[in-house]
Design a protein around this ligand. Structure first.
Ligand SMILES: *Cc1c(COP(=O)(O)O)cnc(C)c1O
Length: 366
């Protein structure tokens, strides 16, 4: 049996005709930048996130970069974040000239540990950037409280968590703004790169809006140096077809997660923990296992897709060597990086495929 980590063809087969029709509509108008599809998607995503405003952008990474730029964060500023994330989180902070300041994770949820944030705040701190890793939101109440006390912005990196909730609040709803990615492997994936920023702050919305188009307002007048962070209408067209299906897909992922959880019960495999406060969208289903690297190799040689998110925490990446954070600085992130692995969890996965994954792991470890 073959079990890929993700099977986008299975999903595409169910929506192909509608996607092609929507893309054709865009092509027939030859309105290939901006236009009604972008606005329709922004409106719909704002709705999903219980936010007033949304700005479509070219990627999740550009959502983060635009947010930082629009909040005026740059040289000399510090942004507190987690070392256990995809590179884009920390890369964005560094690219605007600010300094990433890491705080270790909660080993159970893999999200930033709010209890460690306060001691990382200095007079240069401008923002906290929590990441809702694997599809489960970070512990936002204490994060918002700490941010409020010190007048810090909170930029939610919600790239893996669209429509996930924390105490009934949506990803992107609580922070100053929330950043989403439509990279094809996210729960809501486009047919290429794309992203979105949501906010309830009208002034920030306006700044995000003009910064995505070179900081231009009015035409050919530039008070700010922005970029080309625009979302393509072809992406918006495809995403508008997929968005109504998002909740069903996330539900199917939760069902698959529950099935794995049951099968791994009372084994050496440590299954993911979802806080009582949260509904996860399981962008990834991540276990901890002994002899992790051998298990990964074994699955691969049995035609089972799996991946390590993420093998090297950000403070140990070569490019961030200038931050002088040695091995041992963030022990929980480092431990997680050595023990975690993600299993296939996509909606179209069958119980038979899951049985094969579970048996292959347990047979190897027994
Ligand atoms: C995917 C991802 C991003 C970047 O999104 P792109 O659309 O690929 O630029 C940023 N942060 C996290 C946590 C992600 O998972």
């Amino acid at each position: 049996m073959q079990v890929p980590l993700l099977d986008l063809k299975a999903q595409y087969a169910t929506i192909k005709d509608e996607v092609l029709e929507q893309i054709n509509e865009v092509l027939d108008t030859q309105r290939c930048i901006g236009g009604p599809k972008i606005e329709e998607l922004e409106c719909a995503i704002a709705g999903v996130c219980n936010c007033k405003y949304a700005v479509g952008v070219s990627s999740g990474t550009d959502a983060l970069v635009n947010s930082l730029m629009s909040l005026g964060i740059g040289q000399g500023d510090e942004v507190i974040t987690t070392p256990f994330t995809f590179f884009a989180t920390v890369g964005s902070i560094a690219r605007v000239g600010a300094t990433p300041v890491f705080v270790d994770i909660d080993p159970v949820t893999y999200n930033i540990n709010p209890a460690l944030i306060e001691s990382a705040i200095t007079e240069r701190t401008k923002a906290i950037m929590p990441v809702h890793v694997y599809g489960q939101m970070a512990d936002m109440d204490p994060i918002m409280q700490i941010a409020g006390q010190s007048s810090l912005a909170v930029i939610e990196d919600a790239a893996q968590a669209i429509s996930a909730t924390y105490k009934g609040k949506k990803a992107g709803e609580m922070g100053t703004c929330g950043c989403f990615s439509f990279f094809p492997s996210k729960n809501l994936g486009g047919i290429g790169d794309g992203g979105m920023i949501v906010t309830n702050d009208e002034e920030l919305y306006h700044q995000l809006f003009i910064m995505r188009n070179h900081g231009m307002e009015p035409k050919y007048y530039h008070k700010y140096i922005g970029g080309n962070f625009r979302l393509d209408p072809i992406q918006a067209a495809a995403l508008l077809v997929k968005l109504p299906l998002l909740d069903n897909w996330s539900q199917a992922r939760r069902k698959n997660a529950a099935y794995y959880n049951k099968k791994f019960k009372e084994t050496v495999v440590q299954t993911p923990m979802v806080s009582e406060d949260c509904v996860s969208i399981y962008n990834q289903y991540v276990i901890r296992v002994p002899r992790r690297n051998e298990v990964v190799k074994h699955l691969q040689s049995n035609n089972i897709g799996c991946e390590i998110y993420y093998p090297v925490p950000m403070h140990l990446q070569e490019c961030f060597g200038y931050l002088s954070q040695d091995v041992g600085s963030f022990p929980e992130a480092e431990k997680a990086a050595n023990e975690v692995m993600a299993l296939p969890i996509y909606p179209e996965l069958t119980n038979e495929m899951q049985d094969y994954v579970v048996d292959t792991i347990l047979n190897f470890l027994s």
